[in-house]
Each structure stands twice: as C-alpha cells, then as structure tokens.
Design a protein around this ligand. Structure first.
Ligand code: SF4
Length: 306
C-alpha cells in the first residue's frame, strides 16, 4: 500500500512528480483513498491484502507525529511482519531517526539533485550510517539524472541504491522543456536519455533500475489485481490487468427475473455478468452497455454499448 502522508514539502525539486491536486496540501491518502480517520487507512490495507506499506509525500518528516501514529497503527493491526519503508528528501537528525525504531523497517533517502555534486560533504552519509546503526535498512532512491555517479562512494554504506527512470508529468513538463528534455517515445512517460545517464553506476550489484514502464504497468496492475480479488462481485470478470467487467441494463421498474448470484439492482439499473447481458438481454427494452473499470468503484476505463 502507498501511504501518501502529506503533500507539503519545503523543497522545490524541478522534477517533482507530485500531482497538482496533492502538491502543497496537508492531506493524507492510502493509495487513492483520502484518509479522514484511522479506519480509512486500515480498510484500504485490508482491501488489497497489503503485506507492507511505503510512506511517501511530500516530505514525511514535516509530520513526524503522523508517521509514528500510522506506523504504530499498521504494526499493531497487521503485526510486525507488515513491512514499512518510508521516503525522505532530508537527512533527519538523530532524534527523528530514533523515534522510528521498531516502526520503520527501511528508510529510502532521496537527496535533491542540486546537492548531488556535494553529497559526500553533506549530512546524508552520517545520517545514513546512523539509521543503519539503529537497525533500519537504508536505501537511496533517486530519479535518473545527469551526475548520478556522484553516489558511487556511498554505495558500500547502503543496502540498495534504487534508480527510477526519470518521468515526464503534468507538473514538471515545463521544467523538462526548459532543460531541453523530451519524451523517449509517444507511449510512455520516460524521458529520453534517462537510461544512458545511469549506464556506469548500474553495473554495481546494489543498484536496482526501475523503468517507468515497470512502475506504470506491472506495479499498478498487481495492486489492482489484489484489490479486485477482494472486492469484485460474484458476477464481475477480473481481467489480466486487474480491471473488472460487468454488464448494465437500464430498465427502470421492468426488472427481469435473473439469478441474484449474477445480478444486482441499483437505482433502476441491473448490473450483471457481461455475458448474461449480451447472451440473454440483447433485445430487452432499455439502454445496455458493458463497463470496464478499476475495481472497488474505481475509474471507468471503457463503456461499450450493446
Ligand atoms: S523532495 Fe520529493 S516531494 Fe519534495 S519537492 Fe523534491 S521530489 Fe517533490
């Protein structure tokens, strides 16, 4: 599960991928669900059978009490095996790190691009070692940008070094253009050249390279499939992409006689297995269509008239 703990951040990285709806707002989300109370967080974790949580933002250390509260809630509810990793763009002081012992299993530092050339003189190496001494796994996770080889002297102190292929987004498109960057192709968010800048450092065994295609398609698909498996109605088909498909007959009061196992009546609309609609009700009066959408009343992907 992705726990977006706040949209606030004091940094202004030009490549920041946070959407304009979330950026700067002190609102927390569990995946796409806004968290208004603790039960929202727990319900989302249950719905996807979450084995772990990644805390992201914004800058989580701007709300340190919230990190402790949510981590404790997750560990108390799902047990110590519920793995928690969190991202931060700062090198937190000793007290902030000590408060997370037993709650956060792994810290993923993402030092901002402007300090990469001086990374070895910054506070990051010392605080990375401190986090390790406190028993946490320590990773650096950064986007693929020119100058990434500056991290090579730090690799021995880390458990992992993750590189995310630089991604084009609605919020950073202007800055990308200013720097002369362009999309790799017309189909993905990857930025041209992003793979080449990492060619040398990627030879190191601790380096993990995460392409934008992997993040877009594999990670999202796996999350949707888990949610669909827990929430789909008996008559809904779950696709290979984790979306669900069902048929709709808008028939007002004229509800046909169908096995309730394969239908649900909602406001003058009968929702049913798509194949029942196309096989048995093609000629029934009323509007008919097949819906494909993300599970748990998520985004509609396609509506096909019958
Ligand atoms: S530190 Fe992270 S959240 Fe903050 S501006 Fe940079 S990329 Fe965005």
């Amino acid at each position: 599960m992705v726990l977006f703990i706040t949209g606030r951040c004091n940094r202004t990285c030009w490549y920041c991928p946070i959407s304009s709806e979330r950026k700067g707002k002190d609102t927390a989300y569990a995946n796409d669900r806004e968290i208004r109370c603790d039960e929202d967080l727990l319900e989302e974790a249950r719905i996807m059978s979450a084995l772990g949580t990644g805390i992201t933002g914004g800058e989580p250390f701007l709300v340190p009490d919230r990190i402790v509260h949510y981590c404790r809630l997750l560990k108390d509810t799902f047990g110590d095996d519920h793995h928690i990793h969190m991202y931060t763009g700062i090198a937190p002081d000793d007290a902030k790190l000590e408060a997370l012992v037993g709650l956060v299993d792994e810290i993923r530092f993402h030092p901002p691009h402007e300090i990469w050339p001086q990374i070895m003189e910054s506070r990051f190496p010392a605080q990375i070692r401190k986090a390790k001494e406190l028993g946490m796994e320590v990773t650096i996770e950064v986007p693929s940008l020119p100058g990434i080889e500056a991290f090579e002297p730090l690799l021995d102190d880390l458990n992992f070094f993750n590189i995310n292929e630089l991604e084009w987004s609605e919020t950073n498109a202007h800055e990308m253009r200013l720097r002369g960057f362009d999309l790799e192709d017309c189909y993905h968010n990857a930025v041209g050249g992003a793979e080449e800048w990492t060619r040398t450092i990627r030879r190191h065994e601790k380096v993990h390279w995460c392409t934008s295609t992997f993040k877009d398609s594999i990670q999202l698909r796996e999350r949707l499939k888990r949610i669909a498996a827990n929430t789909a109605r008996t008559f809904e088909e779950i696709t290979e992409d984790g979306t669900i498909i069902y048929g709709v007959l808008e028939c007002g009061e004229d509800v046909p006689d169908i096995d309730p196992e394969i239908m649900e009546v909602i406001d003058g609309r009968v929702e049913m297995a798509w194949w029942v609609l196309t096989d048995c009700f093609k000629d029934h009066p009323g509007k008919k269509y097949v819906v494909e959408r993300y599970p748990n009343k998520g985004m509609i992907v396609e509506v096909i008239p019958v």
